[in-house]
Design a protein around this ligand. Structure first.
Ligand SMILES: Nc1ncnc2c1ncn2[C@@H]1O[C@H](COP(=O)(O)OP(=O)(O)O)[C@@H](O)[C@H]1O
Ligand SMILES: [Mg+2]
Length: 236
């Protein structure tokens, strides 16, 4: 579904990721792991279109995305849950959801909101509350909900469980599992290695902007050295 071919990207003169190639199959979950600063967010931002590749290309269902602007990528079915949520804190839960659905026809809005509050009943209870007054867990639910309002085929999630309580992480993963079951394709960046290896089919590990290991989650789980080094990262 999504293919990256030798993508190099960064900020100004800084090269943050170099020669990154991978493919994500439709309907699968792909975990992107690595230490702080390894280039996970840059990879995800390049896919969303917030960072422009210096070289290499990316494509979605065979269509070249390299020069497609971010807003058009949303229309093509790519939605991002950014690191640190990036909600509009002065806007209500409902208003944040409306913003997430801007690329879709207005008549679909109510159905999409119902779907989101079905996944996250807490958001329904907090519907008119300002996003900035929500707990961290509720904010992450809202960030996921906002992305779902765009009716994505490919959901990019940067640091799903970072800073959240275990119970909230469970709730978020329950929803991610439900989304998988209805066929959504997911790219997950996680500090929580165990969770990521549990849910993903494919795993890619970044080290200093390059791919250091890639394979199935099953192979990753069976590789004790690899798991130990990843567990070492997850506390960082
Ligand atoms: N906005 C930015 N400007 C300049 N350098 C950046 C910026 N964002 C990230 N970087 C650098 O790019 C590299 C990769 O960062 P990032 O993709 O955020 O890694 P990760 O998400 O794996 O922690 C790091 O060296 C980081 O310092
Ligand atoms: Mg990051």
């Amino acid at each position: 579904m999504l293919t990256l071919d030798r993508v190099t990207a960064g900020y100004g003169d800084v090269v943050a990721i170099e020669q990154i190639s991978f493919a994500i199959e439709k309907g699968t979950t792909f975990a992107l792991l690595g230490a702080n600063g390894a280039g996970k967010s840059t990879t995800i931002r390049t896919i969303a279109g917030h960072v422009k590749p210096k070289s290499g290309s990316l494509s979605l269902n065979g269509k070249d995305l390299t020069n497609v602007p971010t807003s058009d990528r949303v229309g093509l079915g790519i939605a991002l849950v950014p690191e640190g949520r990036k909600l509009f804190s002065d806007l209500s839960v409902a208003e944040n959801l409306v913003v997430g659905g801007y690329s879709r026809i207005k008549s679909a809005q109510q159905d999409n909101m119902d779907r989101v509050t079905g996944h996250f009943p807490r958001l329904g209870e907090r519907f008119h509350q300002k996003a900035g007054s929500l707990s961290g867990g509720e904010q992450q639910m809202l960030a996921i909900g906002r992305a779902l309002m765009a009716e994505p085929d490919l959901l990019l999630i940067d640091e799903l469980s970072l800073g959240l309580m275990p119970k909230v992480i469970d709730d978020c993963y329950t929803v991610i599992n439900d989304l998988r079951e209805v066929g959504l394709t997911i790219l997950l960046v996680e500090q929580n290695t165990e969770r990521a290896l549990d849910i993903a089919e494919q795993v890619c590990i970044l080290e200093s902007g390059r791919i250091s290991w890639t394979g199935t989650a099953q192979d990753a789980r069976g590789n004790q050295d690899l798991v130990q080094s990843l567990l070492g990262l997850s506390t960082g």
